[in-house]
Design a protein around this ligand. Structure first.
Ligand code: NAD
Ligand code: MG
Length: 297
């Protein structure tokens, strides 16, 4: 007798390396990746865990942010997404998917390297959602650079503005709107703990996000606001294919993880759902890692 198999439990059904070379200018589009990432468009099933919640997600057009936006809408939340104007086509797909769930979908394009824009982003999200109780600081910049000798001040500054300053500006603007029970979730990375040689600036910003999360969790505890971070390992997103890694590494992306492949954005969205949900009411100041078996944390 053969053992029955359950297709949905088959870890090998997602794409594995080798992948095709596929360089894109930054910001890359999910729609142009080969294969297109799985953000849970056809698979994520909600169970009402975020009914009536109001979420702002930066970088919500593609990759991890898109998977979180889809999951949140299917869990019953209204969702505002921020992204760069050049990513309008990816964002339009996400807006349609949120609307298909009968939830409010708010698109707020703009560059979060400006403090003024960050303040406007929060104000617009609060006005259009009618409040805010989940903030996901997820947008990020990752451009590999081989040497401190070639890493320019402009690059270093752009990475810190996008990954660190914007998180500070957006959270600062949002905090007075957040009620008891609200949740802030920041996207860090395994790079905070095991920095790569070629990601000197990026890895530092991801370590900053861990410290910011743990410090702010202490500040906001008595207000009943939880602050956590997610630290992804290698995930198949346009961040990586548009200068995040050299093309030789894209071909073998995820190969060194024990599961032998990169994660798909759909596979990490459940962590963001759990952290946002009031079921996790005692979880704050934590960093949750999903890295395909490496065991970084
Ligand atoms: P992604 O390219 O799909 O998402 C990143 C998003 O950041 C873009 O869609 C873009 O909208 C946004 N962004 C970048 N610069 C911006 C700016 N100046 N203004 C406004 N928005 C801007 O890639 P992703 O991998 O899903 O990235 C999401 C987060 O996950 C990032 O913080 C990234 O550092 C983190 N992360 C990714 C991986 C991975 O392997 N993909 C691993 C660890 C951490
Ligand atoms: Mg994008």
């Amino acid at each position: 007798m053969t053992t029955p198999t359950n297709k949905t439990l088959d870890l090998n059904e997602y794409p594995k390396p080798p992948f095709e070379e596929q360089s894109q200018d930054v910001p890359g589009l999910a729609s142009k990746m080969v294969p297109v990432p799985d953000h849970g468009e056809t698979s994520y099933r909600g169970t009402g865990r975020l009914t009536g919640r109001k979420a702002l997600i930066t970088g919500g057009d593609s990759g991890i942010g898109r998977a979180v936006a889809i999951a949140y809408a299917r869990e019953g939340a209204d969702v505002a997404i921020n992204y760069l104007p050049a990513e309008e086509s990816d964002a339009a797909e996400v807006i349609k998917l949120i609307q298909a769930e009968g939830r409010k979908a708010i698109a707020i394009p703009g560059d979060i390297r400006s403090e003024e824009f960050c303040q406007k982003l929060v104000k617009d999200a609060v006005e259009q959602l009618g409040g805010l109780d989940i903030l996901v600081n997820n947008a990020g910049r990752q451009q590999f650079n081989e040497s401190i000798r070639t890493l320019s001040t402009e690059d270093f500054d752009a990475t810190f503005k996008t990954n660190v300053y914007a998180m500070f500006w957006i959270t600062k603007a949002a905090v007075d709107y957040l009620p008891r029970g609200a949740s802030i979730i920041n996207t860090s990375s395994v790079q905070a703990f095991k920095p790569s040689e070629i990601l000197l600036d990026y890895a530092q910003t991801k370590a900053c996000i861990v410290a910011f999360t743990k410090s702010l969790a202490q500040q906001l505890g008595e207000e009943g606001i939880r602050v956590n971070a997610v630290a992804p390992g290698p995930f198949w997103t346009p961040l990586q294919t548009s200068g995040g890694q050299p093309q030789e590494k894209i071909k073998q992306f995820g190969a060194s993880a024990p599961l032998g492949r990169p994660g798909q954005p759909a596979e990490i969205a459940p962590l963001y759902v759990t952290l946002a949900s009031t079921e996790s009411s005692y979880t704050s100041g934590q960093v949750w890692c999903t890295d395909g078996g490496t065991g970084t944390l």
